[in-house]
Design a protein around this ligand. Structure first.
Ligand code: MRU
Length: 342
């Protein structure tokens, strides 16, 4: 077992910990994750979050269980429960499946090597996404982003935010408009925190303000991440992404998605087949112990929405930039070789 470290996850001398993202930006609290049950709780409560990182985290916790000598039946059962911890980001299922190909668990030593490879591949994919995405960013760009697609959400520099970071480091002057991202405020809490650490100029806006900012000509492009991409190019991302895509179309603003190929679900032919997580009512009725809605107010809380490929200007993968118009005609198969999940 070798050490691994990212902004939100650490594997050190056999001990696995996560940075509790529910406590940011107030407190940088690292939590030890000793069991698969600890990891399922951390994923479900968004202490660890972001499509790529929950896959990496789940794989490492399952591999540690294997190293500790768990039996095949126990591991298979734990793997199934990890897969079900959140339903939308396919990276979670894909990572667990790599440790249990065809439902059969890998041998103990192979398991940890595979989990470490998932970590390393994700970090490398982030760098390639940034390399392909950087040319899209022009000096002086004002870029709107939604949710958090940065280092906190991956094992590397991030996807959409990784592109912004590397472009900034190459000297491009960028101003990031950070969508607050209701209801759990991943933009206001996490993206603003990351951008602050990186010294990238940014301004926080409420989700409902994006349309006005576009109409005022204050947004040059939009760059977001994804949680699952269907074969035809439709994709799910944090709730509110679809509204941004529709607004971008109306205002003729380029709208890009950046994601690793591990976010593609070849078993899913179109966006309508992507399972959308519905979260608890309390997330809408208040936040952080403060409740602003009358108790019992009926709530809908879908955590993700689906953006149709027709609204995409381009998809940045680690393999390169796929233009939205060609993607809308031929789907991902026009560019990549499909792989199917067990
Ligand atoms: O519910 P979350 O915070 O896990 O949602 C995350 C997102 O929607 C991100 O945009 C997505 O995972 C991209 S991560 C690089």
């Amino acid at each position: 077992m070798n050490n691994r470290e990212s902004m939100g996850l650490r594997l050190r001398n056999g001990e696995l910990s996560i940075l509790d993202q529910t406590r940011l930006p107030g407190e940088e609290l690292w939590l030890r994750i000793d069991t698969v049950d600890d990891m399922i709780e951390a994923i479900g409560s968004l202490r660890v979050r972001g499509a790529p990182l929950i896959g990496v985290a789940a794989a490492l916790s399952l591999a540690r269980m294997a190293e500790a000598g768990a039996g095949e039946g126990e591991l298979a059962e734990a793997g199934m429960r990890l897969r079900a911890a959140r339903p939308t980001a396919v990276n979670l299922m894909a990572a667990v499946d790599r440790l249990m190909p065809g439902g059969k668990v890998l041998e103990r030593e192979v398991s940890m090597r595979e989990a470490e490879a998932i970590f390393d591949e994700d970090a490398a994919r982030c760098e390639s996404i940034a390399r392909h995405g950087t040319p899209l960013i022009e000096d002086g760009d004002r870029i709107l982003t939604h949710c958090n697609s940065g280092a906190l959400a991956t094992a590397g520099v991030g996807t959409a935010l990784g592109v912004i970071r590397r472009a900034h480091e190459r000297g491009k002057r960028i101003h990031v408009l950070v969508d607050e991202t209701r209801p759990l405020l991943q933009g206001a809490r996490l993206t603003a925190w990351e951008l602050g650490k990186l010294g990238i100029a940014h301004t926080l806006i409420g989700d409902g303000m994006a349309a006005a900012m576009m109409a005022l000509g204050e947004i040059d492009k939009i760059l977001v991440g994804a949680d699952r991409i269907a074969r035809n190019g439709d994709f799910a991302n944090k709730i509110g992404t679809y509204s941004l895509a529709v607004l971008a179309h109306y205002h003729e603003i380029p709208f890009y998605v950046a994601a690793p190929t591990s976010t593609i679900d070849w078993n899913c032919s179109k966006g309508g087949e992507i399972p959308i997580e519905e979260r608890g009512a309390e997330e809408l009725r208040g936040f952080g112990g403060l409740r602003w809605s009358p108790p019992g107010t009926p709530v809908r809380n879908p955590a993700f929405d689906v953006t149709p490929v027709a609204l995409l200007t381009g998809l940045v993968l680690e393999t390169g930039l796929l233009p939205g118009d060609a993607l809308a005609v031929g789907g991902l198969e026009a560019f990549l070789r499909p792989t199917t999940r067990s």
